[in-house]
Ligand binder design. Structure first.
Ligand code: GLA
Length: 728
């Protein structure tokens, strides 16, 4: 049993293989958070100490017990306005204008299997893989109830959380904060690790000691964003890849979010994660419910590597869905960096034809095939084939590409509209903008109001028509701007605060309809590269274009940061030409291939422009990706260096039984007359014996893990590394 309850029904233990989460409803019905850490087989309440602290008030029933304060004790779901002055997870404005919420225990239920959240992506699991705990809370003086839901995937070391707000009264009220996670940690010295960045430079790792007060990483852009990612790690000061304690939290959500962490007056930590409360309010009418998105939690006492393995496992098996969830992904060639908008059917055909000869599986036609779309200033919304560019129409091109033995994929940016488009001329009211205020353009485009059913129906129809008109195997779903000017004529004025969340719900509804209607199509997410790289999108699209930066050197940093939570199979990664289009940097062809192979592999160039030698390299790279792909996608991933600080970027993939290892990466600079670098491998079996392809030396696993493996002597900068080891 993953969920245990004591006889009195007030102490809850959520147990996974290596972690324990403990909650208690105390004598006043206050729900306390007791513990999230390793499995101690002990009631951890003895660790809690309640000081009598001036200016930290006491609940009425506690009378003059001055050491009983909601302001100092670890709480399971903190609320506004009742004497806990730390950051609140929930707040509601009642009909009388007050916004206090005092939630007390009102029972519980344990269920087999994992709860689902209607309209929102969430971890799914078989009945025998997961258990659900529902804790019922009710406000002391209103008819608001809250259900805290916990999903426990015991063998995967995963606990999920979500909250449901219910209005059992007869008047509407307004939710102004509804975080998915509230996690109080009463002891320890913690660092905060988060992933920040910008367009073409996403998910850079930043680690900081917590300071007293509130620190935050968030997005108010309507998407999860390039700038911050809805994922966070709290780790002990001494935590490394392989040792120390850490807790990871990942929000399954693609819109504006907030992660807030407070280091309190008593050096306790409170972490909140959920919908960005500055961009959110929700009217809760009588008998209605509101569900928050889900947070996935994992705890490790053996460093960040274990945590990453836990998240990779749950995302790959319990978030990603569909036919491509486990199966090998096609190697694709995308024409974007090869042609940008400047193409016709002949140019595309030539790229596809050459690629087919070199072993590529699929051709993807990127932006520019529809409406009037010769630049990024027009055409979005007109999802009709531009027959001036593609003479003979889409089906003719698709059949041509198929005749070369390749599959065909296509690009859409469904949520957008250009002012210079038929769609905008017909339906200007479908674009998000505030009456009497000029909208903000970004990439010269506006955003469609995805909260509207008519907009979603239109998009479903036009996209379905295109997808049914030819044999299409893949869709790249792009989204190329941040959203502002929030206003929808469809929403009552007083409920405009719902729009951002309703946009995300609308997006999920459309994604759900299209992915269900076309189950054989592989959908890849994208937002100017990795601007919406999150677990919500991965529920519909099992891979996401990781970054518009295809420079192999920069990619080592971007993919390093991405790997903390997201499995390698989800990371779209391509080889492009040099000088690189984003940085002007020149890296060797093989280095670009090795870096792109740590993902869902492909090319983003015109192979016709390559030399014969490079073309032969492409043939050989494709063979290698076919050979190593299953190990890369199904194996355990190890970050063997830190590319932000080390002289090389080295990572590895290890098969389930540790009998096969692939070491990939690059040495950044060549230094003359230097000894060779060595790197300690991980995840091998000490007494197994291994050999490296092309070498007869026999190493023990212990030697490779404790002494390391010597990297080849580099020649030239950004020198590629590939070492394949097998057990003998
Ligand atoms: C975004 C994507 C690119 C490409 C362009 C097309 O930037 O990330 O890969 O599809 O849009 O406009």
């Amino acid at each position: 049993m993953a969920i245990r309850v004591t006889e009195q029904g007030r102490n809850f233990y959520l147990e996974t293989l290596h972690s324990m989460y403990q909650i208690k409803a105390d004598e006043y019905g206050v729900l306390k958070h007791i513990w999230y850490g390793s499995r101690t087989e002990c009631d951890m309440e003895y660790l809690l100490d309640y000081p009598d602290l001036g200016f930290s008030g006491n609940i009425y029933e506690a009378e003059n017990k001055r050491d009983y304060s909601l302001d100092t004790m670890p709480l399971e779901y903190s609320c506004k306005g009742i004497g806990d002055h730390r950051i609140p997870a929930a707040a509601i404005t009642h009909p009388n204008g007050s916004d206090a919420l005092d939630l007390r225990f009102d029972g519980y239920e344990i269920k087999k299997g994992k709860y689902v959240i209607s309209g929102l992506p969430a971890v799914y699991a078989d009945e025998d893989e997961a258990e659900t705990l529902e804790i019922y809370l009710k406000d002391t003086s209103s008819d608001i109830r809250v259900i805290l839901k916990y999903g426990v995937l015991e063998k995967k070391d995963i606990i999920t959380r979500s909250a449901v707000f219910c209005n059992m009264g007869d008047a509407p009220c307004k939710i102004t904060k509804a975080f998915s996670l509230c996690l109080d940690i009463p002891h320890g010295d913690w660092d905060w690790v988060h992933f920040h960045g910008r367009h073409i430079m996403e998910r850079l790792v930043e680690r900081r000691s917590l300071f007293h007060g509130v620190q935050e990483s968030s997005s108010n852009r309507g998407t999860s964003s390039h700038q911050q990612n809805p994922s966070v790690l709290l780790c002990s000061n001494d935590c490394t890849e392989t040792s120390g304690e850490c807790i990871g939290a990942l929000l399954v959500y693609s819109g504006s979010f907030q992660t807030k962490i407070e280091l309190t007056q008593l050096n306790q930590v409170r972490m909140l994660m959920g919908i960005n409360s500055e961009c959110f309010s929700w009217e809760l009418k009588p008998n209605e419910q509101f569900s928050t998105p889900e947070v996935i939690l994992s705890y490790s006492d053996s460093g960040m590597e274990t945590l990453s393995h836990n998240f990779h496992n749950v995302i790959r098996n319990n978030i990603c869905r569909g036919e491509y969830k486990q199966s090998e992904r096609p190697v694709l060639i995308n024409n974007w960096e090869a042609t940008y908008f400047d193409f016709n059917e002949e140019r595309l055909e030539n790229i596809a034809k050459e690629a087919s000869k070199l072993g590529v599986d699929m051709f993807v036609m990127d932006d520019g095939w529809f409406g009037k779309r010769d630049s990024d200033t027009s055409g979005l919304g007109d999802w009709f084939v531009n027959e001036e560019k593609l003479k003979g129409g889409l089906n003719t091109l698709v059949e041509k590409v198929k005749s070369y033995g390749m599959k065909f994929g296509i690009w859409f940016e469904p949520e957008m509209v250009s002012e210079d488009s038929e769609l905008y001329r017909t339906h200007p009211e479908w674009a998000i903008q505030i009456p009497n205020r000029k909208p903000t353009r970004s990439r010269y485009q506006l955003v469609l109001d995805m909260t509207r059913q008519d907009v979603r129906d239109y998009l479903f129809k036009v996209i379905s028509d295109v997808l049914s008109s030819a044999d299409i195997s893949y869709v790249k779903w792009d989204m190329n701007r941040s959203i502002c000017d929030w206003y929808s004529a469809e929403l009552p004025v007083e409920n405009m605060g719902e729009m951002q969340h309703r946009y995300v719900l609308g997006l999920y509804e459309l994604l759900d309809r299209l992915t269900s209607e076309f189950p054989h199509i592989l959908f890849e997410g994208c937002s100017g590269g990795g601007g919406r790289f999150d677990a919500g999108i991965l529920y519909y699209c099992p891979q996401i274009w990781c970054s518009d930066d295809t420079d192999a050197y920069e990619r080592t940093k971007i993919q390093y940061g991405t790997s903390f939570f997201y499995p390698i199979s989800t990371i779209g990664s391509h080889v492009s030409i040099v000088p690189n289009h984003q940085t002007g940097r020149i890296t060797p062809f093989e280095t670009r291939a090795v870096t792109a192979m740590s993902g869902s592999f492909g090319y983003e160039l015109d192979l016709n422009t390559l030399s014969e030698e490079e073309k032969n390299a492409v043939i050989e790279q494709n063979k290698r990706f076919k050979k190593y792909g299953p190990l890369i996608h199904n194996g355990r991933y190890y970050r063997l260096s830190n590319p932000m600080t080390d002289k090389f970027a080295i990572w590895s993939f290890v098969s389930e039984n540790s009998g096969e290892v692939l070491v990939h990466g690059m040495i950044f600079r060549t230094e003359p007359n230097m000894t060779r670098y060595s790197v300690k491998l991980r995840g091998l079996i000490s007494n197994k014996k291994y050999v490296v392809d092309g070498d007869n030396t026999i190493y023990t696993g212990k030697a490779l893990m404790e002494g390391g493996i010597l990297l080849p002597k580099p020649w030239g900068d950004f020198f590629p590394i590939e070492l394949h080891l097998k057990e003998v």
